[in-house]
Design a protein around this ligand. Structure first.
Ligand SMILES: [Ca+2]
Ligand SMILES: [Ca+2]
Length: 299
């Protein structure tokens, strides 16, 4: 059941981003022209659409009718034209945000304030642009703010057990549903096929932690690719072998309200504490052996 919930939440979390850093990631300030194909993967999201750290894609096309038509603004901003009919991005008025339909549209920010929706949050963040408060304000997780209990050491160790199993099951499920070959690439399909066809594979379901631990030991090889795959899904802006907090957000933000060890887990993944999770650090977090970390598996 937990797997299903997490899976659904990740789907639900597509329109959100988060960052818990006190500092803005340095290398996130890039313009991404080509957006990855969206929808194939529960955690693959339209980062460019809502990513607070990615700059605007300016398009210089000659649009006679409405200069704002092709002028995209980052989340929290909307396009307006000035007196010379030149489009520019200005902070969105929060009152123009669509009303939240349900509680799941609420978001909790790092100031422990619940915002009606991510639109309201980003509009507020924009209005604080240039201030210390605005710089520190980030979307933390999806859903209204709530007390998140402390994560105990023993619980922290359980987190990767479930997460690895979940990643493997997500991949297998994509493979099973991939009738039109658009959920996974050819290379990914080949990798997952091996896992899918392996008779020793632990089927998806409610498993005890002991069984998950035992399976990881016994079928270790089946977990190597899913861990690499997830890294590749998140490492998109830019594709550089490092995950910023913003890149991690699509996975992290929906999980936090469900799994109270999420924040601590990803914090400790960044072993050298440089605010980025390198592939090696990521793999190590999931107990993938150093000799099995392979950039070529990030496909
Ligand atoms: Ca990256
Ligand atoms: Ca690091």
């Amino acid at each position: 059941m937990r797997v299903c919930i997490v899976f659904l939440l990740c789907l639900a979390g597509q329109a959100f981003t988060a960052s818990i850093t006190e500092e803005e990631p340095i290398i996130d300030d890039v313009v991404e022209e080509a957006q990855p194909e969206v929808g194939a993967n529960p955690v693959q999201v339209e980062i460019g659409d809502f990513d607070e750290a990615i700059d605007v894609v300016e398009e210089e096309e000659d649009i006679t009718e409405n200069p704002c038509l092709n002028h995209h603004c980052k989340k929290g901003k909307v396009c307006e034209v000035d007196e010379e009919n030149t489009p520019m991005c200005v902070c969105q008025d929060p009152t123009t945000c669509p009303a939240a339909v349900g509680e799941f549209e609420h978001v909790c920010a790092t100031d422990n304030t619940t915002y009606d929706s991510s639109c309201h949050f980003f509009a507020q963040k924009c209005s604080l642009e240039g201030t210390k408060k605005g710089h520190k304000l980030h979307l933390d997780y999806i859903g209204p703010c709530k007390v998140i209990e402390a994560c105990m050491d023993a619980e922290l160790n359980e987190f990767p057990l479930r997460m690895r199993d979940w990643l493997k099951n997500v991949l297998v499920s994509l493979y099973e549903r991939d009738e039109e070959n658009n959920l996974l690439t050819e290379k990914q399909t080949l990798r997952v096929k091996k896992i899918y066809e392996n008779e020793k594979r632990l089927q998806a379901g409610e498993h005890t932690l002991d069984l998950l631990a035992h399976d990881f030991e016994k079928n270790y090889n089946m977990y190597i690719f899913p861990v690499h795959w997830q890294f590749g899904q998140l490492d998109q802006h830019p594709v550089d072998g490092f995950l910023s907090h913003t890149e991690l957000a699509p996975l992290r933000a929906p999980l936090i309200p469900m799994e109270h060890c999420t924040t601590r887990f990803f914090e400790q993944c960044d072993a050298d504490n440089d605010k980025y999770i390198a592939l090696e650090e990521w793999a190590n977090c999931f107990s993938i052996k150093e000799e099995d970390v392979n950039k070529d598996l990030v496909i």
